[in-house]
Design a protein around this ligand. Structure first.
Ligand SMILES: [Zn+2]
Ligand SMILES: [Zn+2]
Length: 397
């Protein structure tokens, strides 16, 4: 770690400062300004306002290919309860996914690559807004990201509390799921609870539909495929003696291939139509596919693992993808690349130790007490650096 040790005190302070000042999707003005200032200080060419608050820094060193490295900058709409000195100073907003760490690691990599320059070609540092459900990567692409900065490959990482610090994983093919959302409205007419014969019962119809939705993955998807459907909201009624006119149902679907995704949507619509017919209700379905699956290309996934091993990480191929989803998926649809899980949890040997568990292993992403582990900073910086040096034919990572 000695190569980047001198950078760490300032970077830890920066990471904790970003953590204390979290910003939501597309409002990352303070964070984007910090990023742009840091990149300018390094003498990089800096482009601001791409896809809203997105920032791009370009580091050129001789002729060669172009590699994109991406970090996300946004925080979550949730209350932090960590009690840390650098805890969020903004009520209801928390860096609960570690994007403060990702932003800092990519800035650290820019600093390190700008001074070592053991590569020939161009590195594009992409700082994107709005990863958490708002599609900031898609918006940057629509704003011309890859036309203005054509990349031969793109790489990103996510801190991974489920893996111990010092480990890393990725895999060729699917690494994160496609995420869909459904919103269903069941309409009866509403009426007196003592006269159910006078109105279709929207609550009963919604209840039947929820049960039927839970059979889709079990009965209509190939058991060899992976998918999940969860109903997460059901809302209707306000009194003990009134049958409500309307009940709302919301939920999410996660899958890894387009065929499975199509089958689930079709089955969901068929069940809604069937329950509407049998219950006499009207059922309206809105089905939104908001993130595609994150699909690593093989050569880049292998390079990502080799780069991780070259800096001393225990890196291995992940046995299976995660069911959470990731905005980087949009970039991987445009350009070959890979997405790495960088361990930041307690070491496996220390999991029985109560302090170690309390430190990180028990704080998953999106937990109110989650905090990025600053010990992962040098690992991420060196991984990004090793990726560039391998991609752009330098002296090796
Ligand atoms: Zn997240
Ligand atoms: Zn995240």
């Amino acid at each position: 770690m000695s190569e980047v040790a001198d950078l760490l005190p300032a970077l830890v302070a920066l990471r904790q400062d970003i953590h204390a000042h979290p910003e939501l999707a597309f409002t990352e003005h303070r964070t984007a300004a910090l990023v742009a200032a840091a990149l300018k200080e390094l003498g990089l060419e800096v482009h601001e306002g791409i896809g809203g608050t997105g920032v791009v820094g370009v580091l050129r060193h001789g002729a060669g290919r172009c590699i994109g490295l991406r970090a996300d900058m946004d925080a979550l709409p949730m209350q932090e309860q960590s009690g840390l000195a650098h805890a969020s100073r903004t009520g209801g907003i928390h860096h609960g996914c570690g994007h403060d760490g990702h932003t800092t690691m990519l800035l650290g990599a820019a600093r390190h690559l700008a001074r070592t320059r053991r590569f020939a070609g161009t590195v594009v540092f992409i700082f994107q807004p709005a990863e958490e459900g708002k599609g900031g990567a898609r918006v940057m692409i629509e704003d011309g990201l890859f036309e203005r900065f054509p990349c031969d490959a793109v790489y990103a990482l996510h801190n991974w509390p489920d893996l111990p610090l010092g480990e890393a994983q990725t895999r060729p093919g699917a690494i994160m799921a496609a995420a869909d959302r459904f919103d269903i409205t069941v309409r009866g007419r509403g009426g007196h609870a003592a006269q159910p014969q006078q109105t279709p019962d929207a609550i009963l119809a919604a209840s039947e539909l929820v049960c039927q939705l839970n059979t889709i993955v079990a009965r209509q998807i190939d058991p060899g495929e992976s998918a999940v459907l969860s109903v997460t909201r059901i809302e209707g009624g306000h009194s003990h003696n009134v049958l409500p006119a309307e009940v709302g149902i919301t939920g999410t679907v996660r899958s890894f291939d387009a065929d499975t995704q199509d089958r689930i949507e079709a089955a969901l619509r068929a069940r809604a139509a069937g329950v509407a017919l049998s219950s006499g209700t009207e059922i309206e379905v809105t089905y939104t596919r908001y993130y595609p699956a994150t699909i690593n290309s093989r050569a880049e996934a292998e390079l990502a693992l080799a780069a991780a091993q070259s800096i001393g990480l225990r890196a291995s191929e992940a046995a299976r993808p995660a069911f959470t989803s990731e905005d980087f998926a949009f970039m991987l649809k445009e350009v070959p690349g890979a997405y790495l899980w960088l361990g930041q949890g307690a070491a496996a040997a220390a999991v029985s130790d109560a302090d170690a568990v309390a430190a990180w292993a028990s704080r998953p992403l999106h937990h109110p007490c989650y905090d990025f582990n600053d010990k992962a900073l040098p690992l991420g910086i060196r991984w990004f650096t090793a990726v560039v040096e391998r991609e752009l034919g330098g002296l090796g990572g």
